[in-house]
Write a new protein. Structure first.
Length: 145
């Protein structure tokens, strides 16, 4: 009997990803398998098992081209307006929305905070299981979005 443990860091390695254009931005679906470490701000975690994350990113991001990425994709400084995560296995979180340990199946949904002094209109329609159907709009002030 042999044991094979795959690993990855920040969405790369034993992972895959898909980037699709959506109305107002891009949706990035990332999956990781095995032991995965995420050190990104707001998403710090260690997962042993399977995880699936969907990031909705507003606007035009020229460095994130639509397509399939068999070893994952690193989002760099891109900050999502909405984030959905599903984890099956052991998860240790120490991020903005959760600190703790879980075992089993967990799902988490979060949206980006808005500065209290900002005047922003945000229109968001998010379908985590079909991210290509999602819409994201971020507009300054009170203009029609």
């Amino acid at each position: 009997m042999s044991l094979v443990l795959s690993c990855g860091v920040n969405g790369l390695g034993a992972a895959d990803a898909e980037i699709v254009p959506i109305d107002g931005g891009k949706a990035v679906t990332s999956r990781s398998y095995g032991l995965h470490l995420n050190t990104e701000p707001g998403e710090a975690e260690i997962v042993l098992g399977y995880s699936r994350s969907v990031h909705l990113l507003p606007g035009e991001l020229s460095d994130l081209l639509p397509g399939q990425y068999p070893f994952g994709v690193w989002l760099g400084d891109a900050r999502p307006v909405a984030l959905f995560r599903r984890v099956v296995g052991l998860e240790i979180d120490f991020n903005d929305s959760m600190v703790g340990l879980s075992f089993g199946v967990t799902e988490q949904m979060s949206t980006a905070p808005v500065d209290a002094n900002a005047t922003i209109t945000r229109r968001l329609f998010f379908v985590p299981d079909h991210p290509d159907r999602s819409t994201v709009r971020m507009c300054e002030g009170t203009i029609e979005c």
